[in-house]
Design a protein around this ligand. Structure first.
Ligand code: MEV
Length: 441
């Protein structure tokens, strides 16, 4: 029976691996070599990676690819993407090339305000707390002056605070709602520090307010934390062209029919939750990959995007299409809270390289690039789905994965590609084919 271990985090990296190999990996020396084989050859670099997280024993590689020919607001870019799913980068690259010849992608940032809340419990007459908050609001804002000074110098800071009465939803529940501008930083630490300070200062103010009596002086701070739902940190990306320019070598569907079928696919994503989820998953294939490549927080962006997709109470597809007056316009509007300074963006060597590749974008520029990639990805998926079907492209990549798995050589690959050009690909079929080749050589 495996016993719990105490003090694991205090073991050295070697001791941690010894423990794992002994207890969980069947004392296998080859597993030890495998884990250590993914260490960075440069010890200083490895230390940087180790310190991103805790109990680190090795690195977990993901492919780092690029999408060339992304024309965004008339600027040609090569966008880095970190993703393990085959055909995502290829599909996005095709969409980039297609739109490059039709004016490219356009994007604009609509707003960049982020928010956080101090969740409070106060059991008194709500109007009394609201009145008190108004009387101390200025002082409360001023109390975080030293914390927001640097951000203010960069053009950001605490934008405003208000008290929200949520007692109809939960007895005694109020929120201090705070809006922030964090410039080029994602700003999570900044926001949380300010919120915690606002919470404890307000608690103190309530406790020492001479107009309150007994229980009224007791205000409980349940928690103080930013919200990852940032509906005021919004970007919009779009592509447009005359319908007749939607012709495409990749399929033989006439442009009008394509526009109409494509629009229907988008409408289906608005009314059917099963399709909406997959539709949006495809958009996040692109978005997450850029977020990862630039050292941003993809969990925050995903959580926010999905909440936004359900903002009217029904989960819907995130993109919109308009086919009108002979024009086709396809767009994506969503909240994206990103940073290009601080955090991992400054520490991860490849995240730094990604930002350099993108010509050191501001957070707003990165929002635009990321939204364009999400749109390109969705365009590519819907184009395949509504014309040739998705499996044609996927299967090519699937074949490559199987061939890699079977450790096939160049000649075997060439023959397998020929053989499976028009045949159904399955692991078994490819393995049998490769085995048959190997039998005769
Ligand atoms: C696969 O990762 C993503 C797609 O399923 C997206 C979609 O269906 O729109 C192709």
């Amino acid at each position: 029976m495996i016993r719990p271990i105490s003090g694991f985090s205090k073991l050295s990296k070697k001791e941690k691996i010894d423990f794992l190999v002994d207890v969980y990996l069947g004392k296998s020396e080859s597993k030890r070599h495998l884990i250590q084989g993914f260490w960075h050859h440069d010890q200083d670099e490895q230390k940087v990676f180790d310190e991103f997280s805790e109990n680190t024993i090795s690195n977990f590689y993901f492919p780092y690819g690029v999408v060339p020919n992304m024309l965004i607001n008339d600027k040609l870019m090569c966008v880095p993407m970190v993703i393990e799913e085959s055909s995502v980068v290829a599909a996005c690259s095709k969409a980039a090339k297609f739109w490059m010849k039709r004016g490219g992608f356009k994007a604009k940032v609509i707003s960049t305000v982020k928010n956080g809340q101090v969740h409070l419990i106060w059991e008194g007459e709500p109007s009394k707390l609201i009145k008190f908050f108004s009387s101390v609001k200025k002082e409360l804002k001023k109390s975080v002056g030293p914390l927001v000074k640097n951000m203010q110098a960069r053009g950001g800071g605490l934008v405003d605070i208000k008290l929200i009465d949520r007692t109809a939803d939960e007895p005694g529940y109020f929120q201090i709602w705070a809006d922030f501008e964090t410039c080029d930083a994602m700003g999570a630490n900044f926001i949380n520090t300010v919120l915690e300070s606002l919470g404890s200062t307000f608690q103190e103010m309530v406790a020492t307010n001479l107009e309150f009596e007994g229980k009224e002086r007791e205000l409980q701070v349940v928690m103080a934390i930013l919200s990852n739902f940032t509906p005021e940190c919004i970007v919009e990306a779009w592509v447009e062209c005359p319908i007749e320019e939607l012709d495409d070598k990749g399929h033989d569907m006439p442009p009008e029919e394509f526009a109409s079928k494509f629009s229907r696919a988008v409408r289906i994503s608005k009314i059917d939750v099963n399709r909406a989820t997959t539709h949006n998953k495809g958009i996040f294939n692109g978005i997450d990959a850029v977020i990862l490549a630039t050292g941003n927080d993809f969990r925050a962006v995903e959580a926010c995007g999905h909440t936004w997709a359900a903002r009217d109470g029904v989960y819907r597809g995130l993109t919109d299409v308009e086919v009108k007056d002979g024009k086709f316009k396809f767009s994506l509007k969503l909240p994206l809270s990103l940073g290009t300074v601080g955090g991992l963006t400054a520490l991860h060597p490849l995240a730094k390289t990604s930002l350099e590749m993108l010509a050191h974008p501001s957070a707003s520029e990165l929002m635009q690039i990321t939204a364009c990639i999400g749109l390109a990805q969705n365009f590519a998926a819907l184009r395949s789905l509504t014309t040739t079907g998705i499996q044609k492209g996927h299967m090519k990549m699937h074949l490559m994965n199987i061939l890699n798995h079977l450790e096939s050589n160049d000649e075997e690959r060439r023959l397998a590609k020929e053989k499976f050009a028009d045949e159904t690909i399955s692991y078994q079929a490819v393995r049998d084919f490769i085995n048959s080749l190997r039998k005769y050589h």
